[in-house]
Structures are given as C-alpha cells and as structure tokens.
Design a protein around this ligand. Structure first.
Ligand SMILES: Nc1nc2c(ncn2[C@@H]2O[C@H](COP(=O)(O)OP(=O)(O)OP(=O)(O)O)[C@@H](O)[C@H]2O)c(=O)[nH]1
Ligand SMILES: [Mg+2]
Length: 466
C-alpha cells in the first residue's frame, strides 16, 4: 500500500533488547486503543478514558491469562506523537514479558512496525517535517554535546526555516520573471533582468554558505579520528594516557610495548576526538609485530589527523627520515593532516633539528608527556584544524545530514544554470524551468516533494519502535 495511505495498527518494543527496570511497547493506528482495551484489565475501559492519561492494570494474553502488571498511557488522535490513536504499555523490563505483550497485541490484528515507522507516520500526519523527523534519529545517535545541540536545533525546525527562506526567495524570483513576461518592452526588461540576476546571486551565495556548514556538522556528529604513530618508544601510549588522564595503555621503556590498536574517545570543548594508539613502526622479523604494523597502516589510511611522535632526545637518522617521508606520502595521498610531535622536550630544551619541508596541512610542535608541556597547545591545535574558522559562540544552524547537503548542491547547480540563461538574455521561460527544478530539490529536503522510495530509505535507518 502507498506509504501515505497506510493507517493500519502497528506495534513494536520501543526500549532496547535485554533486561531493564521497565520496557515500553508502543502501539499506533486507527485500532490501537480498542485493541489494547481488549487485552487490558483495569478500573476503566481504555476507550472511555481521556487522552494523555495513565492507567494501572493487568495486561492479558489473547486467551485471558495475566502477563504482567502494567501502566498504560493513552493518546487519542490527533494529539499523539504519530497523530494517530496511540497506546504505550510500560511493563517490567524482561525479554519474556515484552515479547509476550507484543505477541498478544499482534494476535489481535496489529502488525509489527518497520524501523522508524512511528516517526514516518508523525511526518505523514503533519506532526513534523522531514528534517525534524531526521533530527529525531540524529538526536538518538548524538555522541557529543555539539552534535546533540545541532540535532536539537534541527528538531526545533532550524534547518527547515533556512530552506523555507531560500524557497521563498526563489518563489519571489519566479513571480518577478512572470511580471517580466507581461511587460516585455525593452527598457523594463533590462532593469528587471539585472534585478533578478542580483537576487539570484544572493540566494546562490546564501545556499552555498549554508552548504559549507556541513563540514562542521559532520565533524561535530562523527568526530575526528586521530592516529598516533611513529617509532617504538617515542611516547605514543604516554600521549594517549595523558590526554585521557588515565593509565589506559601500557607504557614502558622497552620498545615494542604496544602490539594492538587501542581506540578511546576524548572530548575537546565538545568536539569528539577518536584517539587511536598503535604499535611503533619498524622493520621486523617477528610475526606478531608484522601484524601490528599492518594494523597501524590500516588505521593510518582512515585517519583525519596523523600525529607522528618523535623522541626529540634522539638524533634523527637517515632511516628515521625515510620513515617520516613515507608517512607523509600516505597522509598527502589521503589528504589527512599531520602534526609532528617532538616529544620528551623535558630532555632537550627544545633543541632538535627537524628539516623535513612541510606543506600547509603539516606542522610540528614540542611536547612532553612527562611534564605535560605543550599538551594544552596540542589539544587546541587539534580543535582548530578540525573546525577551522569555527565560531563556537555563534548559534547558526549547522547541516549534519548528507542528504540535505546533496539536495542543496543540486539546487545550486540548477540555479547556476538559470543564472547563465539569464545572463545570455534567453527567454525567462527557460529560466523558470531551472528555478522550478531548484525549488523541487529544496522541497525534497523538508519533505514537500520527496518520493516514497526516498522516504522509505530515510526511515529504514531508524531504530525499531521509533
Ligand atoms: N623523559 C620523558 N620520557 C618520556 C616522555 N614520554 C614518554 N616517555 C618515556 O618513554 C618510554 C616509552 O613510552 P611509551 O609511551 O611506552 O612509548 P610508545 O611510543 O607507546 O612505545 P611502543 O608502544 O613501544 O611503540 C617510557 O619509558 C616513557 O616513560 C617524555 O615526554 N619525557
Ligand atoms: Mg605504546
């Protein structure tokens, strides 16, 4: 059945699988309240209670046996999350009980909900637009303070308001063009054309600016992966420990201490940093060490930032220099950022000659994992290179969602075409075609012109019961 016509009753367990204090089973659809009423033994029939009320009673199997003592919340259409008749059953949190309640509800004619189907219905019933529905999933998956804040802003309609603003501008432009069709005497047409071009340029600039906020949005959502590498004994694990402020990795004066990859999360001013400590790189005959080094290379391939630890109390040999050159080849190929950390500055008074020519994405700094010297500066640099020019005080809305970014880029392509057509003095009919196409792309973001298959794809990534 087409998505927009479905109103059958759906049910799912909304809490995670496993044992817990309580679990919640959610039921929504035309028949939800009547169906639950037939399985509920309480003071009053659920069909007679007001919306937004909670009722204590026993939940029964289809055959009338008690499954559990429960609390049932009733939400009458249209004042529910989905906009439909809805019931939430809170029971004791065990897999056996929750499944039994779910089966009872299904046995009375409900269907198991698809992932995200409750939120899909909320969207289809006009309870929220598409970016808000997506924000629900982003909020659930938020791992940092910043991505939590960005998801909340999206949930309250921040992205939609920006997109609506662009749409209004384009609709105004379309009407201006139609006016031009009516008054196509030469003089009028010229001034109007310039006027339209200027307005179009402004909108294109605004949309592009908004699109670039995706870079920040993505970093804030997923964090940055920082891989610690370098020669054995340079102090990589010591750096991991001092950043985490705990003795997470084993540190020793024996080269080759770390054999496996250790990954830990760190928050720097709300930015999620995924720190990866690896085995030191050297030529080896030892099979385990070879495997460790292979894993190190694998981590380096997917790093956003490569922190190369160097023991600055040692002389740099020709072999070392070759190693650093080969790391630079990897980072330049993958466009990752490199920081050479000249560690053990406590032993050297910052005297170390390091003469590799560095490019814009590469830098060096002295630190000491023993005294903590340079560590705050290193953290600051990590933040800065991950979010260049980021103004943490600004409350501007960030794009977090790739689908939104792609649609904005497609809209800009169409607007660029419209602009060329205008500048070439072609008929405004042609311009209008591209403007309309751009409007459709913008409409897709907020769900006005989104085809069913795209909707299905978006909601299939949600959790069951959301
Ligand atoms: N003086 C001084 N010693 C340090 C510093 N950082 C680390 N060390 C010492 O250097 C030795 C090696 O440190 P690790 O952190 O284990 O080095 P690693 O790079 O993880 O070594 P592998 O795991 O073997 O590759 C230990 O004895 C540390 O105490 C520093 O800043 N100053
Ligand atoms: Mg180590």
């Amino acid at each position: 059945m087409p998505l927009r016509e479905r109103n059958d009753t759906i049910a799912a367990v909304a809490t995670p699988v496993g044992e817990g204090g309580i679990a919640v089973i959610r039921v929504s659809g035309g028949n939800a309240v009547a169906l639950c009423d037939s399985l509920f033994a309480g003071k009053k029939p659920l069909l007679d209670v007001p919306s937004h009320t909670v009722h204590h009673g026993r939940f029964l199997t289809g055959g009338g046996e008690t499954i559990d003592e429960v609390l049932v919340s009733v939400f009458r259409a249209p004042h529910s999350y989905t906009g439909e008749e809805s019931v939430e059953i809170s029971c004791h949190g065990g897999m056996f009980i929750t499944n039994k309640i779910l089966y009872a509800v299904l046995s009375k004619g409900a269907r198991t909900a698809d992932p995200g189907e409750f939120t899909l219905r909320a969207f289809l019933n006009g309870k929220m637009d598409l970016t808000q529905a997506e924000a629900v999933a982003a909020l659930i998956h938020a791992k940092t303070e910043k991505s939590h804040a960005a998801s909340l802003a999206q949930l309250s309609g921040g992205v939609t308001r920006r997109v609506e603003h662009f749409r209004t501008n384009l609709i105004d432009l379309c009407s201006l063009l139609e006016l031009e069709l009516d008054f196509s005497q030469e003089g009028v047409e010229l001034t109007k054309r310039d006027d339209v071009i200027e307005k179009l340029d402004n909108t294109i600039t605004d949309i592009k600016k908004f699109t670039t906020s995706y870079l920040y949005g993505r970093v804030l959502r997923d964090g940055v992966k920082v891989v610690l590498t370098g020669k054995p004994n340079a102090g990589k694990s010591s750096l991991l420990n001092i950043l985490l402020q705990q003795n997470r990795a084993i540190v020793s004066e024996i080269p080759g201490t770390t054999r496996d990859v250790i990954e830990e999360n760190l928050s720097i001013n709300g930015l999620l940093v995924r720190l990866v400590d690896t085995a030191g790189i050297r030529q080896s005959e030892d099979i385990i060490e070879e495997e460790s080094i292979r894993r190190t290379h694998e981590e380096l391939e997917s790093a956003s930032v490569i922190a190369v630890m160097i023991d600055s109390s040692e002389m740099m040999t020709k072999n070392d220099s070759e190693l650093y050159h080969s790391l630079l080849r990897v980072s330049r190929k993958n466009k990752s950022i490199v920081i050479f950390l000249l560690n053990k500055s406590d032993l050297t008074n910052r005297e170390f000659s390091f003469d590799l020519p560095l490019t814009e994405n590469e830098s060096q700094m002295f630190i000491s994992c023993l005294t903590g010297d340079g560590i705050p500066e290193f953290k600051q640099r990590l933040f800065k290179i991950s979010l260049p020019n980021y103004d943490s005080g600004s409350s501007s809305i960030l794009l977090q969602n790739e689908r939104h970014k792609v649609a904005l880029e497609k809209a800009v392509e169409k607007l660029d075409l419209a602009r060329q057509t205008l500048a070439n003095g072609l008929s405004s009919d042609f311009v209008a075609v591209d403007l309309r196409a751009a409007l459709d792309y913008l409409g897709e973001i907020i769900g006005i012109t989104t085809p069913d298959d795209i909707l299905q794809n978006i909601f299939s990534k949600f959790c069951i019961g959301k």
